[in-house]
Design a protein around this ligand. Sequence first.
Ligand SMILES: C[S@@+](CC[C@H](N)C(=O)[O-])C[C@H]1O[C@@H](n2cnc3c(N)ncnc32)[C@H](O)[C@@H]1O
Length: 474
Amino acid sequence: MDYLPIFLEVAGKPVIVDGGTTVAARRVERALNAGAHVTVFDPDPGDEVRVFLGHENLTHVARVPVEADFSGCLVAYGASEDPARDALLHRAAKAAGALVNVADEKSYCDFITPSVVEREPITIAISTGGAAPVIARILRARMEAMLPAAYGRLALFLARFRGRIYEAVPNGRNRRRFWENLIEGPVGDAFLAGEEGLAEDRLQEDLNRGSKGLERGEVWLVGAGPGDPDLLTFKALRMMQHADVVLYDRLVGDGIIDLVRRDAERIFVGKKAGNHTLSQRDITDLMIERAARGERVLRLKGGDPFIFGRGGEELEEVANRGIPVEVVPGITAAAGCGAAAGIPLTHRDHAQSCVFITAHGAGGVIDHDWTRYAQNGQTVVVYMGLNALADVARAALTQGVDPDMPVAVIDNGTRLEQQVITGPLSDIVARVAAADLPGPALIVIGHVVSLHGRLGVKGSRSEHDMELKAGHSL
Ligand SMILES: C[S@@+](CC[C@H](N)C(=O)[O-])C[C@H]1O[C@@H](n2cnc3c(N)ncnc32)[C@H](O)[C@@H]1O
């Protein structure tokens, strides 16, 4: 981030806008809305600026500014589209100690103007640091559509109770929870539904209860999906915004961790195949210890916490201590990778059942009966199988599974770096070895793999598949 995001108080303070253009009009409007005393310089301003000329906080000077005009000014905007005027404004305003912004002249800017969504008294400012202002405008349009105007009114309504809330819930952390419960609970619901009286009654009940129940710690076991942040659930995102501490492991990508509430503590608890940074015991103890301190502990896991995520083991101990727990499902790797690679896991013509198995158990590679799994009409999805692929293929072939059975290995599924390697069971090990995949990777065995690259799913083709199409098909 190249800019410091701040909201500047300008109420009653002098702001200069030089120019009579549309851009000047937007600057004038924003400064007036923030309560500034605005002086506009222009010999002949356009209609959009003229609209503001009668405003009590606006002075129009019908000439170009001179150096002396900038004395005492807090913010100066150049919007005349005249290089000579811009240069003078920049020199004079800087000499007067003002913050300067000249439209489309980055070298004359102390600050940039963000795209803004207003829901009085809420202001959301969006900036791309000048990299791609169009993205900021598109995001702004989306937020405008997403945020009901009633949120502004809700903020004003709740502001009336600020002092009483402060008295009823003196502890800072509890007070944050109190506010969260108000806004996202029955009070907010009633207000947004237009029932202000009911909202007020409920708020009064909450005030009477004060801090009661707020100091209790909890553990939330939340699935983060297979890697693409867009595949998080709304609920996961909401809990990531409310947690005090987040315990996460390697499968949860940076793009997802960035969405955690800024002030929440983030603890990496490791877990890469064969390289456990914290033991399962340590992780469970840590969750219990932090919840006992009254914290909201979010255990964030890749995919779904109850599918090869050891979520059951982690929660059992926590629940035994009487700590409240909640589980939020996530998109499991099989579903995410299947979709991203264009491989449906079931299909009327190819697979009427689908099984999820793991190649790894507590004692190492599992000795599966592959003829039971890899059979016509069934898809087998193998988790934690990349390092065991050679063992899996050898065992399956030895047990009599068809050597032509199609197999896909999907590496980093749903992420930008996704790779998909396909081949018959008899050759998949050599193909995957040649690709030197970093993992995590999922193995899909079954005739549905033959649909890969045929369903028009964006991003589902890899260079390797193109080669296959050119010469060696499955
Ligand atoms: C410990 S398991 C966790 C599974 C997770 N709970 C889920 O529901 O997806 C880890 C395995 O999930 C698979 N996996 C997770 N994310 C993946 C991804 N983005 N692409 C491919 N495989 C993935 C790999 O097989 C990896 O070895």
